[in-house]
Design a protein around this ligand. Structure first.
Ligand SMILES: [Fe+2]
Length: 231
């Protein structure tokens, strides 16, 4: 359901976390009430209403990400190339993987995150869409800082194609009858899944005032044999 691959040591994670914290002026605050920020254009947030917002943000922020985090992307690509058995690229029309930054707040101990399937690739414009393997995407998370009592993801054994073929009462029944599995993240360990299983950022546990949850986030789709990494 979810697989992990080592990309960074805990020491590397701390160094990147510190670099990110020095670039606070570049973060985008995503909530008026809670300390939740992003760095980079995020299709699931910025393309939700109209793709132009995503492309505008990407035009502003992607060059900085590529410049500041080239080493991180290179390490990510080395691991993904091996894991996928095929080349990956960041050199295309979408924004590169970006960052989620959550800081301590009691609300993050509650299940406020969306329970969802990753469908955001359909909100973007892709060149040569007929050459993309739409049915075989991946989503990934690379934890760079985690709360003392951990951070992770909930996954339900509910697949997108089967789930959407149900009517609404059947979907509700399937959801209430299926318990999610918790996958705990580890610093520097890339967690990879299809995005086609129902999932949710798991609520934090006993968050302390200095707890942080900082992750590199991305997805990939294969086009003409090469995986296009994006967020
Ligand atoms: Fe997701």
């Amino acid at each position: 359901m979810i697989e992990t691959e080592t990309v960074l040591s805990p020491k590397d994670c701390l160094q990147i976390r510190n670099e990110l914290c020095h670039q606070k002026e570049l973060w985008k605050k995503r909530s008026d009430q809670f300390p939740f920020y992003t760095l980079g254009a995020a299709s699931y947030l910025d393309a939700r209403k109209e793709a132009q917002t995503y492309y505008r943000r990407s035009a502003l922020e992607s060059p900085l990400l590529r410049q500041n985090f080239g080493d991180l992307y290179e390490k990510l690509q080395i691991v993904l190339n091996r894991y996928l058995g095929a080349p990956t690229t960041l050199d295309h029309e979408q924004a590169p993987p970006g960052f989620h930054l959550y800081f301590s707040h009691p609300v993050f101990e509650t299940p406020i995150a969306d329970v969802h399937f990753d469908r955001q690739h359909h909100w973007l414009s892709w060149e040569h869409p007929d050459e993309i393997e739409w049915s075989n995407p991946i989503s990934f998370t690379l934890p760079l800082a985690l709360p003392e009592h951990g951070g992770g993801i909930h996954l339900w054994e509910l697949e997108y194609d089967a789930f959407v073929s149900l009517d609404l009462p059947e979907q509700k029944k399937a959801f209430t009858e299926t318990a999610p599995t918790y996958h705990g993240y580890q610093l520097g360990q890339l967690a990879i899944h299809s995005g086609h299983r129902l999932h949710q950022i798991a609520p934090g546990l006993r968050l302390g005032p200095n707890d942080e949850r900082i992750t590199l986030q991305g997805h990939a789709l294969q086009r003409r044999g090469t995986w296009q990494l994006y967020w």
